[in-house]
Design a protein around this ligand. Structure first.
Ligand code: ZN
Length: 201
Protein backbone atom coordinates (compact mmCIF):
# COMPACT_ATOMS: atom_id res chain seq x y z
CA UNK A 1 0.00 0.00 0.00
CA UNK A 2 1.39 3.40 0.96
CA UNK A 3 4.95 3.95 2.09
CA UNK A 4 5.60 4.48 5.74
CA UNK A 5 6.08 8.14 6.60
CA UNK A 6 5.71 8.09 10.39
CA UNK A 7 5.42 5.86 13.44
CA UNK A 8 2.19 4.01 14.31
CA UNK A 9 1.28 6.59 17.00
CA UNK A 10 0.22 9.19 14.45
CA UNK A 11 -1.80 6.64 12.50
CA UNK A 12 -3.52 5.62 15.72
CA UNK A 13 -4.40 9.24 16.46
CA UNK A 14 -5.84 9.62 12.96
CA UNK A 15 -7.85 6.40 13.27
CA UNK A 16 -9.33 7.47 16.61
CA UNK A 17 -10.23 10.92 15.30
CA UNK A 18 -11.85 9.32 12.24
CA UNK A 19 -14.33 7.60 14.54
CA UNK A 20 -15.79 10.95 15.57
CA UNK A 21 -19.10 11.84 13.92
CA UNK A 22 -18.65 14.03 10.88
CA UNK A 23 -14.93 13.25 10.48
CA UNK A 24 -13.87 10.98 7.65
CA UNK A 25 -10.27 9.70 7.25
CA UNK A 26 -9.29 12.81 5.31
CA UNK A 27 -10.55 15.35 7.82
CA UNK A 28 -9.22 13.18 10.65
CA UNK A 29 -5.72 13.47 9.12
CA UNK A 30 -6.15 17.23 8.91
CA UNK A 31 -7.31 17.39 12.51
CA UNK A 32 -4.41 15.21 13.70
CA UNK A 33 -1.89 17.44 11.94
CA UNK A 34 -3.50 20.58 13.38
CA UNK A 35 -3.24 19.08 16.85
CA UNK A 36 0.39 18.08 16.41
CA UNK A 37 1.35 21.46 14.98
CA UNK A 38 -0.37 23.35 17.79
CA UNK A 39 1.01 21.40 20.68
CA UNK A 40 0.90 24.08 23.40
CA UNK A 41 -2.39 25.80 22.65
CA UNK A 42 -4.40 22.84 21.34
CA UNK A 43 -2.96 19.35 21.83
CA UNK A 44 -2.00 19.70 25.50
CA UNK A 45 -5.17 21.53 26.66
CA UNK A 46 -7.28 19.01 24.73
CA UNK A 47 -5.44 16.11 26.34
CA UNK A 48 -6.03 17.67 29.78
CA UNK A 49 -9.71 18.29 29.01
CA UNK A 50 -10.13 14.67 27.92
CA UNK A 51 -8.44 13.35 31.06
CA UNK A 52 -10.68 15.58 33.17
CA UNK A 53 -13.77 14.42 31.26
CA UNK A 54 -12.90 10.77 31.95
CA UNK A 55 -12.40 11.48 35.64
CA UNK A 56 -15.34 13.78 36.31
CA UNK A 57 -18.15 13.37 33.79
CA UNK A 58 -20.66 10.59 34.17
CA UNK A 59 -24.14 9.67 33.00
CA UNK A 60 -26.97 10.69 35.32
CA UNK A 61 -28.55 7.50 36.75
CA UNK A 62 -31.97 9.17 36.66
CA UNK A 63 -32.20 10.86 33.26
CA UNK A 64 -29.11 9.87 31.23
CA UNK A 65 -27.78 13.44 30.97
CA UNK A 66 -24.01 13.97 31.18
CA UNK A 67 -22.69 16.03 34.07
CA UNK A 68 -19.97 16.29 36.70
CA UNK A 69 -22.49 15.82 39.50
CA UNK A 70 -24.73 12.81 40.00
CA UNK A 71 -27.73 13.07 39.84
CA UNK A 72 -27.21 15.79 37.23
CA UNK A 73 -27.81 19.53 37.67
CA UNK A 74 -31.12 19.32 35.78
CA UNK A 75 -32.47 16.56 38.04
CA UNK A 76 -31.31 18.49 41.13
CA UNK A 77 -32.95 21.75 40.04
CA UNK A 78 -36.03 22.05 42.25
CA UNK A 79 -37.40 25.04 40.35
CA UNK A 80 -38.22 22.80 37.39
CA UNK A 81 -41.72 21.44 36.90
CA UNK A 82 -41.58 17.88 38.29
CA UNK A 83 -44.79 16.90 36.49
CA UNK A 84 -43.31 17.04 32.96
CA UNK A 85 -40.59 14.81 31.51
CA UNK A 86 -39.24 15.74 28.09
CA UNK A 87 -37.84 12.68 26.29
CA UNK A 88 -34.97 13.28 23.84
CA UNK A 89 -32.74 10.98 21.80
CA UNK A 90 -29.36 12.47 22.71
CA UNK A 91 -27.79 14.81 25.26
CA UNK A 92 -27.24 17.28 22.39
CA UNK A 93 -31.03 17.54 22.00
CA UNK A 94 -31.35 18.35 25.71
CA UNK A 95 -28.73 21.09 25.28
CA UNK A 96 -30.60 22.50 22.27
CA UNK A 97 -33.88 22.69 24.20
CA UNK A 98 -32.14 24.27 27.18
CA UNK A 99 -30.46 26.86 24.93
CA UNK A 100 -33.88 27.78 23.56
CA UNK A 101 -35.19 28.19 27.13
CA UNK A 102 -38.64 27.08 26.02
CA UNK A 103 -39.38 24.42 28.58
CA UNK A 104 -38.80 24.24 32.31
CA UNK A 105 -39.08 20.54 32.94
CA UNK A 106 -37.07 17.43 33.69
CA UNK A 107 -35.59 15.39 30.84
CA UNK A 108 -34.99 11.82 29.88
CA UNK A 109 -32.21 10.93 27.43
CA UNK A 110 -32.79 7.69 25.52
CA UNK A 111 -29.26 7.42 24.15
CA UNK A 112 -30.39 7.04 20.53
CA UNK A 113 -33.38 5.65 18.68
CA UNK A 114 -34.71 2.23 17.80
CA UNK A 115 -33.01 0.85 14.73
CA UNK A 116 -33.68 -2.86 14.13
CA UNK A 117 -31.35 -2.91 11.11
CA UNK A 118 -28.43 -1.85 13.31
CA UNK A 119 -29.47 -4.25 16.06
CA UNK A 120 -30.67 -1.45 18.35
CA UNK A 121 -33.74 -2.73 20.16
CA UNK A 122 -35.56 -1.27 23.19
CA UNK A 123 -33.19 -2.97 25.64
CA UNK A 124 -30.28 -0.92 24.25
CA UNK A 125 -32.01 2.38 25.06
CA UNK A 126 -32.73 4.04 28.40
CA UNK A 127 -36.41 3.03 28.24
CA UNK A 128 -37.00 0.88 31.34
CA UNK A 129 -35.94 3.77 33.57
CA UNK A 130 -38.33 6.10 31.70
CA UNK A 131 -41.30 3.81 32.33
CA UNK A 132 -40.29 3.63 35.98
CA UNK A 133 -40.12 7.43 36.22
CA UNK A 134 -43.46 7.83 34.42
CA UNK A 135 -45.09 5.71 37.11
CA UNK A 136 -44.02 8.06 39.91
CA UNK A 137 -46.79 10.20 41.38
CA UNK A 138 -45.13 13.51 40.50
CA UNK A 139 -45.13 12.89 36.77
CA UNK A 140 -48.27 13.88 34.87
CA UNK A 141 -47.02 14.28 31.30
CA UNK A 142 -44.31 12.80 29.09
CA UNK A 143 -43.43 14.88 26.03
CA UNK A 144 -41.71 12.89 23.28
CA UNK A 145 -39.30 15.41 21.71
CA UNK A 146 -37.75 12.97 19.25
CA UNK A 147 -36.32 13.65 15.82
CA UNK A 148 -38.76 13.92 12.92
CA UNK A 149 -36.96 11.04 11.20
CA UNK A 150 -38.38 7.60 10.42
CA UNK A 151 -36.40 6.10 13.34
CA UNK A 152 -37.32 8.94 15.71
CA UNK A 153 -40.99 8.59 14.91
CA UNK A 154 -41.07 4.80 15.19
CA UNK A 155 -39.30 5.15 18.55
CA UNK A 156 -41.98 7.67 19.61
CA UNK A 157 -44.66 5.20 18.55
CA UNK A 158 -43.08 2.40 20.57
CA UNK A 159 -42.77 4.65 23.64
CA UNK A 160 -46.40 5.71 23.33
CA UNK A 161 -47.43 2.05 23.53
CA UNK A 162 -45.13 1.39 26.48
CA UNK A 163 -46.33 4.45 28.36
CA UNK A 164 -50.00 3.69 27.77
CA UNK A 165 -50.28 1.66 30.98
CA UNK A 166 -48.55 4.18 33.23
CA UNK A 167 -51.38 6.70 33.48
CA UNK A 168 -49.38 9.72 32.29
CA UNK A 169 -50.48 11.94 29.41
CA UNK A 170 -48.18 11.42 26.42
CA UNK A 171 -47.60 14.26 23.96
CA UNK A 172 -45.25 14.85 21.06
CA UNK A 173 -43.79 17.87 19.32
CA UNK A 174 -45.91 19.51 16.64
CA UNK A 175 -44.59 19.04 13.15
CA UNK A 176 -44.91 21.45 10.33
CA UNK A 177 -43.86 24.71 8.75
CA UNK A 178 -40.83 26.16 10.57
CA UNK A 179 -40.97 29.79 11.77
CA UNK A 180 -39.99 31.97 8.81
CA UNK A 181 -40.35 29.04 6.44
CA UNK A 182 -41.67 29.54 2.92
CA UNK A 183 -43.92 26.78 1.63
CA UNK A 184 -42.18 26.72 -1.71
CA UNK A 185 -38.91 25.61 -0.05
CA UNK A 186 -40.29 22.87 2.18
CA UNK A 187 -39.88 19.20 1.38
CA UNK A 188 -42.95 17.06 0.83
CA UNK A 189 -42.66 15.24 4.16
CA UNK A 190 -42.73 18.52 6.11
CA UNK A 191 -45.67 19.80 4.06
CA UNK A 192 -47.60 16.56 4.56
CA UNK A 193 -46.95 16.67 8.34
CA UNK A 194 -48.04 20.32 8.47
CA UNK A 195 -51.31 19.54 6.69
CA UNK A 196 -51.92 16.52 8.91
CA UNK A 197 -51.40 18.45 12.14
CA UNK A 198 -53.40 21.51 11.04
CA UNK A 199 -55.35 23.44 13.63
CA UNK A 200 -58.71 25.15 13.43
CA UNK A 201 -58.55 28.93 13.90
ZN1 ZN B 1 -30.43 13.79 35.49
Amino acid sequence: MTRKVAGPEIERLVQLLARLPGLGPRSARKAALALLKRRKDLLEPLSEALTEAIAKISECPTCGNLDTVSPCSVCRDNRRDPSLIVVVEEVGDLWALERAEVVDARYHVLGGHLSPLDGIGPERLNIARLIERARSDDVKEVLLALNATVEGQSTAHYLMEQLAGTGVAVSRLAQGVPIGGELDYLDEGTLAAAIKSRRRM
